[in-house]
Design a protein around this ligand. Structure first.
Ligand SMILES: Nc1ncnc2c1ncn2[C@@H]1O[C@H](COP(=O)(O)OP(=O)(O)OP(=O)(O)O)[C@@H](O)[C@H]1O
Ligand SMILES: [Mg+2]
Length: 260
């Protein structure tokens, strides 16, 4: 066992195990104040990365929802979250497509927490199965734990560290996100449509999500799952935000009305 000191020095983490390293940020599993925690630790001295890291902490620390993993403690170099025992939605999809009813249950849990985010003026901008955890691997709305506000836009923040960038994950990015549009809740509606599709089909709708950028027509796979879900998936995936559900609440109402 070894000890790692969080800054400020009042926070001490014991028995830390590295889980991985991404983009200048190390992921650690540790114990802190007698509970298992997940720590994101910034190693980079790049001012832009430092600013992005601070931005994630700034957004996470004022939010509280039962389906959002809370920020327990933070410093300029560390973000400490409770460790979620379970798996990501991606882990489950890799074992095989989800039963459509289960996929809808998980999406409704996500819609619950994303409705909260939007009411707080926060657009997630990186909704994808890798950023959704399921407590105890349960395929239920109450098991959903949303993570990773690293790409989020906060209407109340004085600056947006991602302004002008095209960050996101291509398969899940709404077309306007490629143009650098930030803070439109309908971009999250698009991503949730892709996520539901991915969960039911085992893969996202477009083999090549970028071809329309170079003027090639995009070929979408046939709509997956029960026919009752098709108009909902299709509306989420509209190219123009005005043609999608106007809000995540409207999407939740449509999904709740599907007999499954
Ligand atoms: N609180 C948590 N408990 C357990 N595992 C977690 C927790 N938060 C994140 N993870 C795991 O770590 C992975 C990366 O976390 P997160 O998405 O927050 O980091 P990231 O730096 O944005 O990395 P990425 O670029 O991979 O999205 C998640 O996909 C998940 O597997
Ligand atoms: Mg992530």
């Amino acid at each position: 066992m070894w000890f790692m000191t969080l800054t400020p020095h009042t926070l001490t983490v014991e028995a830390s195990t590295p889980l991985g390293y991404r983009g200048g940020v190390e992921h650690l599993r540790a114990r802190w104040q007698d509970q298992p925690v997940f720590i994101k630790q910034l190693g980079s001295r790049d001012p832009e990365q430092q600013e992005r890291f601070a931005h994630e902490g700034f957004i996470a620390r004022r939010l509280a929802h039962p389906l959002l993993v809370p920020l327990l403690a933070h410093s300029p170099q560390q973000l400490v979250f409770p460790y979620v025992d379970g798996c990501t939605l991606r882990d489950l999809i890799e074992e095989g497509p989800l039963d459509p009813a289960a996929a809808v249950r998980v999406t409704l849990g996500l819609l619950d927490v994303v409705t909260y985010l939007h009411a707080q003026g926060v657009t997630h901008h990186d909704l994808k199965p890798e950023n959704v955890m399921l407590q105890d691997r349960e395929q239920a709305a109450h098991a959903v734990r949303l993570i990773d506000l690293g790409m989020a836009h906060d209407r109340h923040a004085t600056s947006d560290t991602h302004a002008g960038t095209r960050m996101g994950t291509p398969h899940f990015m709404a077309p306007e996100q490629f143009q650098g549009v930030r803070g439109d809740p309908r971009s999250d509606v698009y991503a949730l449509g892709v996520l539901l599709w991915d969960a039911i089909a085992g893969h996202p709708p477009y083999a090549d999500p970028l071809c329309w950028l170079i003027g090639r027509p995009a070929t979408r796979d046939p709509l997956p799952g029960p026919a009752a879900l098709h108009p909902i998936l299709d509306r989420c995936l509209q190219h123009s935000p005005a043609d999608r559900y106007a809000s995540v609440m409207d999407l939740a109402a449509a999904l709740n009305a599907v007999p499954l």
